[in-house]
Write a protein that binds this ligand. Structure first.
Ligand code: URA
Length: 267
């Protein structure tokens, strides 16, 4: 991304913006070997070789934290060899951005994207217990004993899978369940519910730690607020009580307006 050279130099801690202008006018700054005195000059700190008095300047990359409500049918990957729409197509083209963890292509819901590797590792690691909350529509209605089995753990293909909590949100012939987990094993929710005889027909991730999907229609994203970044880094628990998102409605309401829906096809 191109920025004014003064801004790059001040972000790198070389000088204040005023100070950077003085350094430039003194002919001490080069971009890719050429001396730059022009104050409006722009450069790309990630691509260009910027030097002051011959010393390379590397400003820290600005970190970006986005929360996307992934629609069904979108793939959680940086690039899809089959050319399907990916989560990257729904957010701005920020350098170094990648999705944190993965949602199945048929799962809807919250996914974080960042260019901060340490943050991603922390949020994704089960040790930090960032709670993931899912709403799952299942075949039939699990009885209390089945919900207890989900909590105590079920062996599936040699692997023990368990949820931290499971409850029925609403039920007629089939049920919507709410499940809380703090890890993200491959197809974990689907495999677990299949194993107890209640296969999933719809799956949505509605909360990640303290962050919920409220106000974000599928396909919309927003930047995380600094306090949300801090809470996720600290491994905050899922919202509780009346802050837990309501079970999904049959039909989504029209987009709320404020968050941006980006329809973008990348070159
Ligand atoms: N568990 C699943 O089975 N699928 C998802 O997409 C997320 C959790």
């Amino acid at each position: 991304m191109e920025e004014r050279l003064q801004k790059i130099l001040s972000r790198a801690g070389v000088a204040s913006r005023r100070g950077a202008e003085k350094i430039m006018s003194e002919g001490r700054v080069t971009i890719n070997g050429a001396t730059v005195r022009e104050l409006g000059t722009k450069a790309d700190a990630a691509r260009d070789d910027i030097r002051v008095d011959g010393v390379r300047v590397r400003p820290p990359r600005e970190t970006v934290y986005l929360l996307l409500n992934k629609p069904k049918g979108v793939v959680t990957t940086r690039r899809d060899p089959e050319g399907r729409t990916t989560v990257m197509d729904l957010v701005p083209p920020v350098s170094g951005l990648f999705p944190v963890g993965r949602l199945d292509v048929t799962t809807e819901g919250l996914i974080l994207l960042t260019n901060d590797g340490a943050f991603a590792e922390r949020v994704a690691h089960p040790r930090y217990e960032v709670a993931r909350v899912y709403h799952a529509k299942v075949r039939g209605v699990p009885d209390p004993a089945t919900l207890a089995r989900l909590r105590s753990g079920v062996r599936v293909e040699g692997e023990r899978l368990a949820v931290d909590d499971a409850r029925v949100l609403k039920a007629d012939n089939n049920a919507w369940l709410e499940l809380k987990l703090h890890e993200g094993k491959h197809h974990e929710v689907r495999r677990l519910l299949e194993a107890v005889g209640h296969p999933v027909s719809k799956l949505k991730r509605v909360a990640l730690g303290p962050v919920t999907a409220r106000g974000l229609e599928p396909g919309q994203f927003r930047p995380l607020a600094p306090h949300e970044v801090r809470a996720l880094r600290a491994g905050a628990a899922a919202p509780t009580g009346d802050r837990t998102p309501r079970p999904p409605r049959a039909r989504p309401r029209p987009a709320a307006g404020r968050p941006t829906r980006v329809r973008r096809s990348r070159p």
